[in-house]
Design a protein around this ligand. Sequence first.
Ligand code: ADP
Ligand code: MG
Ligand code: ZN
Length: 476
Amino acid sequence: MPAYEAVIGLEVHAQLLTSSKLFCSCPVRFGDEPNENICEVCAGMPGALPRLNKKAVELAAKAGLALQCTVNPMSLFSRKNYFYPDLPAGFQTSQLTPPICEHGHLDVTVQDATRRIGITRIHLEDDAGKCVHGQGATLIDLNRAGTGLIEIVSEPDIRSAEEAAAYMRAIHAILVCIGATDGNMEEGSLRCDANVSIRPKGSTTLGTRTEIKNLNSFRNIQRAVEFEIRRQEGCLEDGESIVQETRLFDAVKQVTVSMRSKEDAHDYRYFPNPDLPPVLVLAEELQAWEAELPELPEARKLRFIQRLGLNEEEAAALTAERATADFFEQALALCSNAKRVAQLMAAEFLRECAQQNIAPAQAAFGAAHVAELATLIDEGIISARIAHDIFPELFASGAMPRAFVTEKGLVQVSDSSELEGVVAEVLAENPAEVEGYRGGKTKLLSFFVGQVMRKTKGKANPALVNSLLEESLGKH
Ligand code: ADP
Ligand code: MG
Ligand code: ZN
């Protein structure tokens, strides 16, 4: 049986964070009454004239810069013709050649291996409306029609489902960081189509691909691609061939199902849109946009590792979202022990945010809380273990940590006379271990520390316990 290699290319659609649509001044807003935000242009009336939204061009160009693309000084809009009930004009206004950006790349790290994924192109296009199915009828809501999108097309450089999800996470982090999209995948602001094929390991030609449409979470991307790779392997092993087709992912059954066969048969009859002049990006304009770009997630991660001494895992967790990294730096302004703040955030704060499904910026537990908790540990007022134990309650209540631990009597015992008694008790109760330690098994120290911690319900100052134990055990 030959070993197969997966080949994956992603087409990512991101809704641009502009206040109005791509070719008209209708507002871009999610959740309004159907057909409230439409006009002749976005409703596709014949003869209505589009006017390009300059902010959309800026955001597309910034996305290109952040993804190491060339931003073309001139690009063109074309009409991509097809019929769909939620596309009243009968064509999508998109870019074929030249697109606004091309020839970029993005480095993606999975399990310590970094691979460079090529970005073929980024183009501007308008979104379609929505069909609302139900109650014996299908209704059309055009509120979304005409919303500005960028489509980011990757080279078929991705080699695993995990890498596909990591690529999408990196794109998400970058686009949100530069303010190109709100990144809300549940509302469809960011979604992707995954093209998947397999080939015998070592082969350099591409196999026949299938395209899984409209994946709207990192998890679904990973699951859908995993399933599709296994399905294709199964086909080849059974002597069947892969049919080029469009598939959908059923997140409940965790399978992909055939939607329609396609693709080379497709002819969109692209032609230059006669209503829109070429899109020009001037060199000065591009320079100004480049200067406005914030520090990107990858650069920020490196800075956290190199300047603040965080490890890869902590830095990655803290820079996955710009808001989290901002939060971390706000806490750092109040407590300079970066490592301690990072550990608390990565191990406690982000875990709790994920569990409660709360965005870091929305938590009642803010940067000042994290900083104060870190300071309490630094000052030896509480141990890291106590901090861990009380974290869920602090997080939920938003209480200030210093007041909380004082009120609850959790302040660490740093009084040696008090701890000496406990140490003596522990040694008296464990004569065999004491003998072992004195005989050279110095690793038993942590056993004694554990016993003292247990008796003091975690409130003993660990550094003090260590030194008291060493002192007592050293005495013969
Ligand atoms: P379309 O899907 O609109 O026909 P393309 O032919 O440009 O557009 O391909 C779209 C995506 O499919 C790109 O991301 C590309 O990398 C990827 N792709 C193309 N061929 C393959 C293949 N054989 N296996 C996996 N991905 C592929
Ligand atoms: Mg496609
Ligand atoms: Zn409109």
